[in-house]
Design a protein around this ligand. Structure first.
Ligand code: TMP
Ligand code: ASP
Length: 237
């Protein structure tokens, strides 16, 4: 496999073409952004930590029967992935109240949500990722009804797998965001799963161990990501 030109640079990752039209290289950079790109910083080791973290989680999900685009690690900061036709909608599940849910509904942070909630957001920084619903997604053609129901089922399946994985390591999976795409007629999990796109709290102390450390200026961002990884059994260099 040969890495070719850059196809796209996102806020924290870049996508490169390869000599195989159906495979891309995903480069995890040290760039960190929040508030739709308003707050930006370079955090040493972040690309490596998130690349390894994502590989570990994607492998766990594949083993549990969730189809993912992940094919393998290529280097400390690069992974090989299947090309997907991305659906521009983010799927969010919440087990505990936090973030925009608290701001939107005025509910207190830290409430257990039973059953866990499922929300959809349009991926659009300029519009600040507005919340949408299934009707809007179908009407505007971002995904059809069958695709939406698969996305929802897979997003909940990820919850079943990851909630217990984190719980067994002394952590709470508060919420997370997933992105899906199409590959050969199937819905496949794309993008990444790392502490950048979820909330993780220590079970006993409720210490924040995810990107809220960066958003809220709590410090030790990457050190804490590494601690999450180590508790799950991930080896970093
Ligand atoms: P929220 O509380 O800001 O709506 O976010 C819910 C979860 O989804 C949180 O873990 C962060 C993640 N998320 C992203 O990573 N990127 C996004 O664009 C959105 C909307 C959410
Ligand atoms: N959407 C991500 C976040 O909520 C990144 C960003 O907003 O720049 O932090």
């Amino acid at each position: 496999m040969e890495k070719r030109d850059e196809l796209y640079a996102g806020k924290a990752k870049s996508v490169y073409r390869t000599d195989d039209p159906d495979r891309f290289v995903l480069l995890f950079r040290d760039d960190t952004s929040a508030f739709d790109g308003e707050k930006k910083e370079q955090l040493n080791r972040k690309g490596m930590v998130n690349n390894r973290f994502n590989a570990f989680i994607m492998e766990k999900l594949e083993q549990a029967g969730v189809p993912t685009h992940f094919e393998g690690l290529l280097s400390p900061t690069e992974s090989l992935v299947k090309k997907l036709d991305m659906i521009p909608v983010e799927c969010v599940v919440r087990n505990v109240s936090a973030g925009s849910l608290c701001r939107r509904l005025g509910v207190e942070e830290g409430q257990t949500l039973t059953p866990p909630t499922f929300e959809l957001f349009l991926k659009n920084d300029a519009l600040h990722d507005p919340m949408v619903n299934e009707s809007l997604v179908v009407t505007f053609g971002w995904a059809n009804t069958a695709e939406l129901s698969q996305m929802k089922a897979l997003t909940y399946k990820v919850n079943d797998v990851l909630k217990s994985l984190f719980e067994d390591a002394g952590m709470l999976l508060v919420d997370y965001k997933l992105e899906f795409g199409r590959s050969e007629g199937a819905i496949v999990l794309g993008d990444e799963f790392s502490p950048d796109g979820c909330r993780i709290w220590d079970k006993a102390t409720r210490k924040k161990m995810d990107k809220d450390r960066f958003r809220q200026g709590l410090g030790d961002v990457i050190e804490t990501y590494e601690e999450v990884g180590r508790r799950l059994g991930i080896q970093f260099d």
